[in-house]
Design a protein around this ligand. Structure first.
Ligand SMILES: Nc1ncnc2c1ncn2[C@@H]1O[C@H](COP(=O)(O)OP(=O)(O)O)[C@@H](O)[C@H]1O
Ligand SMILES: [Mg+2]
Length: 310
């Protein structure tokens, strides 16, 4: 499958994010197209990852459907994509989502069930994460006694900044902050349990919410390897970092070549591209079943031909 780095659809452009190109379908609906772009350390890399956009979109769709009873989300009531567009660019279908336009709430709602990444760094320095005191003696990747809510600002450009739940309440008001925390924690608990049924640990994840018709709804992507850390439960060994299905593999490569984390980023060699693509596909297979929710026939036969595990 050809990788798509940038789209140019005959629709008004709403925004281009690091990964998704979003178009206006009407006054109240958007078409979000997941490209194969990959970002690391908040910089978009020059090399795309084949299959990544499709995987992200199909995983998000599947989780939005599974969690619809828990929290209202941005999926449009009619999921059908514009027919004319699909006839011209059939590979858009698997990577696109029709959604309700929301007013994004500019905070990232992070939930951590395990101690890893910036949470582990914070804990080593302070014994806390986001101001929340934790028991002493935790090892890297240990499970936390209870999942914790560690929000961050969503920087328009540059790096997100972790803030405490109290600081979130200062900025959004107590009521909205509490609502975001409760929704995030219940989504995490639900998803962590479902992931474990597929043999995956959901170490942490990030949700985004927005306002639609005066109501808080879940927006953006949901429980993908770009927004979450998934670990293989069968190989879980706390006391160090865990191999994961996300872009840690790419980050490790970029660290190893000594990139200074300022744009432009270096290109990725073929083996890192293939390894990353394989990890994303494996996450999709594990979380949604052998062929993913709606895999087109072409992709399947292409994968068999290349002996990529499905
Ligand atoms: N339903 C929605 N309505 C309006 N904006 C949305 C909606 N869902 C997601 N978004 C926004 O669209 C963008 C998605 O593209 P993405 O590549 O993830 O951008 P970013 O670089 O900001 O992470 C995000 O900025 C996200 O906040
Ligand atoms: Mg994003």
């Amino acid at each position: 499958m050809r990788a798509i780095t940038r789209t140019a659809l005959p629709l008004p452009l709403h925004s281009r994010g690091k990964v998704r190109d979003t178009y206006r379908l009407s006054d109240h609906e958007l078409l979000m197209v997941a490209t194969d772009r990959i970002s690391a350390f908040d910089v978009v890399l020059p090399t795309p990852i084949p299959e990544k956009g499709r995987v992200l979109n199909q995983l998000s769709l599947s989780w939005f459907r599974k969690t619809a009873d828990l929290v209202r989300n941005h999926l449009a009531p009619d999921p059908a994509l514009p027919g004319a567009l699909l006839r011209e660019q059939p590979d858009l279908e698997q990577r696109s989502m029709r959604v309700l336009t929301a007013q994004p709430i500019l905070f990232e709602c992070v939930v951590r069930g395990y101690i890893s990444g910036s949470g582990w760094k914070d804990y080593q320095l302070t014994g806390s994460i986001a101001g929340e005191r934790l028991p002493g003696g935790l090892r890297e990747s240990d499970r936390l006694p209870d999942p914790i809510f560690t929000p961050a600002t969503k920087a328009i450009s540059g790096h997100d900044e972790n803030i405490s739940p109290a600081e979130l309440a200062n900025r959004t008001g107590q009521e909205l902050a509490q609502q975001l925390e409760q929704l995030s924690l219940s989504l995490y608990r639900f998803a962590a349990e479902r992931a474990l049924e597929s043999g995956l640990i959901l170490a942490d994840t990030k949700f985004e919410f927005g306002f639609h018709a005066g109501e808080v709804i879940l927006i953006d992507e949901l429980l993908t390897p770009d927004s979450s850390r998934f670990w293989d439960a069968a190989h879980y060994r706390p006391g160090g970092p865990q191999p994961s299905f996300d872009k840690q593999y790419v980050r490790d490569y970029l660290e190893q070549v000594g990139w200074n984390k300022q744009a432009p980023a270096p290109a990725l060699p073929d083996e890192v591209v293939d390894g990353t693509s394989r990890r994303y596909l494996e996450a999709l297979r594990r979380l949604t079943g052998p062929a993913g929710p709606r895999e087109p026939r072409g992709v399947r036969s292409e994968r068999l031909r290349r002996h990529v595990p499905s």
